[in-house]
Design a protein around this ligand. Sequence first.
Ligand code: GLU
Length: 299
Amino acid sequence: MRYRGRFAPSPTGPLHFGSLVAALGSWLRARSEGGAWLLRIEDIDPPREVPGAAAAILEALAAFGMTPDEPPLYQSTRLGAYAAALERLRAGGHVYPCWCSRAEVAARGGLHRGPCAVPPDPAREPAWRLRVGDAVVAFEDRLQGPQRQALAEAAGDFVVRRVEGLYAYQLAVAVDDAAQGITEVVRGADLLDSTPRQIHLQRLLGLPTPAYLHLPLALDAEGRKLSKSEGALAVEPGDPVPALRAALGFLGFGEAAGASGVAAMLAAAVRDFDLARLPHARALPAPHGAALPACVPFA
Ligand code: GLU
């Protein structure tokens, strides 16, 4: 089967160094496998979205020499597919409605175990939770090694449709990785712990499970995840070379970073690409301060 990879940003801010690393890692892997690289805009959480961010991400990716092989898939156009998946889970008896408030779930340590003890409130839509039972999911991450998670302890009965009627990331990503025919998911290691929930959903929905490769997460000077929604600085698409050089160095392809110009750097990195050279850590400090050049605040 031909390799199909993807980058799946949420439009909650511009491309920053952490998301550039995820984009670059997934792009390099797809290109070095002679495969396709797809893009998915995860715009199913309107309250968290920033107007203009999706367009800014697409523009930045193009400036960094990464263009998808198919038109981007926007999750906001996929609500029918998520509704059908939820219906399938409901028909299989895998989900139950839950009227608990966030505070009530937090008071139980953040984990919910069904059935919901709060009486139904006809005035409100419930959240829908997946009953995880005693499911244990094991998989081999191509970079982070063997993983194993008891869902009841790690996630509890997790939400697949939120109170506001919004579909949860875990459900949407499971449905769309299958719809886009993704054979390997390359992304930041902050999502390593979400993967067992996604694999569990794939199994319940009869969807194939792709391979997974979780890249080290880029940390800021204080050791926190560089997050686009918490005001991390955007990489400057007008001057992509310095940030691309830093991202290639972060991934272990420092020589390619020495080539001149975006196209030559990417070509050298594809030529040099070798899984064995990727850093195995779950998180690494990003170059910061003067070493992370050409960053601009996003208005
Ligand atoms: N949309 C998610 C994010 O921006 C990533 C989803 C994924 O790669 O599975 O953090």
